[in-house]
Design a protein around this ligand. Sequence first.
Ligand code: SF4
Length: 283
Amino acid sequence: MLNRRDILHERRLIKRAIDEIHNGEAKKINFVWMEANGCTGNIISFLNADQPDVLYFMEEMVNLKFSPSLMQAEGEVAYEEFLEVLDTNFILGVEGALTNMDEGFYNIFATYKGVRIPTVEAISLASKKAKAIIAIGTCASFGGISAARPNPTGCTSLGGFLGREVINIPGCPANPLWVMGTIASIILNKKVEVDEKGRPIMFFKETNHTNCPRRSYFDNKVFADKLGDKECMIKVGCKGPITKAYCPLGLWNSRINWPVEANTPCIGCASEFFPDGTEPFVK
Ligand code: SF4
């Protein structure tokens, strides 16, 4: 079981990265955030970051060079800015699943000089030059909701599409501190230790079940009969036992809470089985 020191791990990493940038031992790095097939929930989640917040992150840790949701430029100018950053030292973050079905028609990145450029083409291009590649969220990591049955657009994960290892930070959405902590490691030139699914071990070492405050109920076989009961929710659908994540320790929304403590089962959103293999979410 993780302890309190592990909980602060990402905060220490982020602080150290910022300190080293300030004293010249490390450098701010360009960051490209691309959006493939998904709901853009990860960039929204990222905007909720605190300690540090996203403005501090962008001013002190990275130069956010491209983000369809946040950048000012649009159209051909935005595409040119994207091309420019490819000749620099940059980290590539991708949210959303990928598909090249029907020539990539389901997600168009840009129309440049009259030519439509599918997102998969732009991501392939960027992936060849990136210092590190991060799949942000469950769709990019494992296919997620975008690849759920019957998967009409043929979506797949970023690593599956590129045919190479990437760092997977699942979660629907990914917790912003998991993303920032991973980027801090890259800035510090630390090897990001990952598990067999490409997930940073510092955030995905154990299941939510391992660290759940209701775990003693589970161990004593005392189960909730309905939502709202205070006991272990496994009989009403909780997927904590099959979901490796950091939720009970790192928490969400300014470290306030996570689903089980808000009286709703873990639906396994960070699991590689989500959503087909974790339904029904509630029994
Ligand atoms: Fe495990 Fe869920 Fe029960 Fe918590 S509520 S002990 S995560 S099954």
